[in-house]
Design a protein around this ligand. Structure first.
Ligand code: BES
Ligand code: MN
Ligand code: ZN
Length: 480
């Protein structure tokens, strides 16, 4: 997708489509009343989500009016969503160029188009031509095109990172296994990140029996990826840290999942995908912060060598865990990844992201991810960023009296706490591996994948949830 900014009312290339964004109540007077009669003969008011094809205007081959909603509510998110809707309305129109004329915020419009035009089509060999987007170039009118392209630069870095994250999550599990995931993040060194990869021997030497137990039934080697971005002026300043669950495929292990929908478990690495995307954008826009990303990459398979319910494993922290259900594997991966992170990097705070529990979908539905934290300030920062980026979070409690639900009769703890409050006891399991550091856990099982999607900037499938909100939180609170 090629995007450029052009001057307001710049001449259109022959055969271009034109999208005119119009606010509610202003359609009849738009462009000197040109469209008054056709608008009058329709139900188009300019409300969000509306569109109306009108006679071709201003040298375009086709013209469509796009509802921009109420003028007073046209903020960054509205601009982004409106331009995304304009692209989506015209992407299959048969023309290759699209011009968007919007009242303000052209850089946000470009960002919306970039996000909406994401497609994962590398494995389609026979898609009919008329089902493929025809629009390959979008020009957006701007009062000051130079200023718009400057404003777009960090947003373009963010869109690149979100696409990278969506690609990881969309890849099939035979392609994206732990070592391949590790190779793809190693390749991010071209952006200036430092990337270390630990294999099973190195993790065994560190005592990571909890993470290694999950991967022991797989022929694919488990990996721990450590990504570092040192962008602060003081290179020795305490880093911020992010940890991702990267279960490249979750069969459930010996506690095997039912066949229906098991293919969805290819996206059980969505937490690691989000952390990888975050590190991508921090490097891509040269953020003034020191940041660490830790990815626990494993495959959970049933096998003669697989971990059994009843096994007891010893984590890097020294704490022992009785395995009750091998399908509660994400928390086992995070136990060692989180411990390693705080032990080695002594971070300012630690945020982990994980497609951890089906129960979070039952609790919050598919539009909110769960937030759990031992720290109110970190929670407030996450919630503010979540609101600004429209990646909704809802905070849930960590009640001390529930902690006994994961006590074990023969080890320090067990890996499941029963069905009631399943997302909470999962979070409390991770909390047992967190020392005094401010920590938050985002259960993104509800938001990592959307089908159907309800937001114009998120096509069906992998969302990249978490990249935007964490990038925003770092930018607003921890840079400089
Ligand atoms: N990866 C799943 C959670 C999940 C479920 C993510 C549905 C996305 C959609 C996780 O590893 C899991 O299997 N959790 C179990 C925990 C249970 C055994 C305590 C669950 O949620 O059922
Ligand atoms: Mn599982
Ligand atoms: Zn899982």
């Amino acid at each position: 997708m090629e995007i450029e900014f052009v001057a307001a009312n710049a001449a259109l290339g022959a055969g271009s489509a034109l999208a005119l964004v119009v606010f509610e109540g202003e359609a009849a007077s738009l462009e000197g009343g040109t469209f008054a009669s056709v608008v009058g003969a329709s139900r188009f008011t300019g409300a969000k989500g509306q569109s109306l094809e009108v006679p071709a205007f201003a040298g375009s081959a086709r013209t469509v009016l796009i509802g921009g909603g109420k003028a007073a509510e046209f903020d960054d998110l509205a601009a982004e969503n409106t331009a995304a809707s304009a692209y989506t309305a015209l992407k299959l129109c048969g023309l290759s160029e699209l011009r968007i004329r919007m009242p303000s915020r052209p850089a946000l419009g470009a960002f919306g188009v970039r996000l909406a035009s994401y497609r994962f089509d590398k494995y389609r060999t026979k898609e009919a031509a008329e089902k493929k987007p025809s629009v390959i170039k979008v020009s957006i009118e701007a009062a000051d095109p130079t200023e718009a392209s400057e404003a777009f630069a960090p947003l373009s870095a963010l869109a690149n990172a979100i696409s990278f994250s969506r690609d990881l999550v969309s890849e099939p599990p035979n392609v994206l296994y732990p070592a391949e995931f590790a190779r793809r993040v190693k390749a991010l060194e071209v952006l200036g990140l430092e990337v270390e990869i630990l294999g099973e021997a190195e993790m065994a030497a560190l005592g990571m029996g909890s993470l290694l137990g999950v991967g022991q039934g797989s022929v694919r080697e488990s990996q721990l990826a450590i990504l570092r971005w040192n962008g602060a002026d003081d290179k020795s300043a305490q880093p911020v840290a992010f940890v991702g669950k990267g279960v490249c495929f979750d069969t459930g292990g010996i506690s095997l999942k039912p066949a229906d929908g098991m293919e969805d478990m290819k996206w059980d690495m969505g937490g690691a995908g989000a952390v990888a995307g975050l590190m991508h954008v921090l490097a891509g826009r040269k953020a003034k912060v020191n940041a660490v990303g830790i990815l626990g990459l494993v495959e959970n398979m049933p096998d003669g060598n697989a971990q059994r319910p009843g096994d007891v494993v010893t984590s890097m922290s020294g704490q022992t865990i009785e395995i009750i259900n091998t399908d509660a594997e994400g928390r086992l991966v995070l136990a060692d990844a989180v411990w390693y992170c705080q032990d080695r990097f002594k971070p300012k705070f630690m945020v982990d992201l994980a497609t951890l529990t089906g129960a979070i979908i039952i609790a919050l539905g598919n539009d909110y991810a769960g937030l759990f934290s031992n720290n109110d300030e970190l929670s407030e920062n996450l919630l503010a960023a979540s609101k600004a980026e429209a990646e909704p979070l809802w905070r849930l409690p960590l009640p001390a009296q529930y902690d006994k639900n994961i006590d074990s009769a023969i080890a320090d703890m067990k890996n499941t706490g029963g069905r009631p409050g399943g997302s909470i006891t999962a979070a409390m399991f991770i909390q047992r591996f967190v020392n005094k550091v401010p920590w938050a856990h985002l259960d993104i099982a509800s938001t990592a994948w959307k089908k159907p999607s309800t937001v114009p900037t998120i096509p069906d499938g992998a969302t990249g949830f978490g990249v935007r909100l964490l990038n925003r939180m770092v930018a607003d609170r921890y840079e400089g």
